[in-house]
Design a binder for this molecule. Structure first.
Ligand SMILES: [Zn+2]
Length: 140
């Protein structure tokens, strides 16, 4: 997953979650992206692309705005992740490392990692994102 900082024609800044840079371009081309503040669809991404979970936003007002816009898109985001990632289960930490080292085909994966494994991956500069949903039986 990649988190891009996006900006609309009115210079509202917000975040978008994407499987890849190509995914961002595809959604943009299809007009699926719009500013959560003014609904403008002329969205550009800022040059700084962040991987994984974004840093906590220090400004409370911006944070509130982002969260207010989030519930529906969060739900859609989770569905999107489930449909567009390969479930590697407990192999997740090792497979993530193999992809990071280009020893495995680059793709989006999901799986199981302990908090410690997640921290280790992040320290190695590997983009991982804890999913805000509990594991379910029907994840296939
Ligand atoms: Zn806007």
């Amino acid at each position: 997953m990649i988190v891009f900082e996006l900006i609309c024609a009115d210079r509202h800044r917000f975040e978008g979650w994407f499987a890849s840079a190509e995914d961002f371009e595809g959604q943009k081309t299809r007009g699926m992206l719009s500013c959560p503040v003014c609904s403008d669809s002329k969205i550009e991404k800022l040059l700084t692309a962040k991987l994984g979970r974004p840093e906590p936003e220090p400004q409370a007002s911006t944070q509130t705005q982002a969260q207010a816009a989030r519930p529906r898109s969060l739900h859609e985001m989770i569905d999107y992740i489930l449909l567009n990632t390969e479930d590697v289960g407990k192999e997740f930490p090792s497979e993530a490392r193999r992809i990071h080292r280009k020893q495995a085909r680059e793709r989006s994966i999901r799986g199981i990692a302990t908090g410690e494994e997640t921290r280790d991956l992040l320290e190695e500069g590997i983009a991982v994102m804890p999913l805000p949903v509990p594991p379910r039986e029907d994840w296939h």
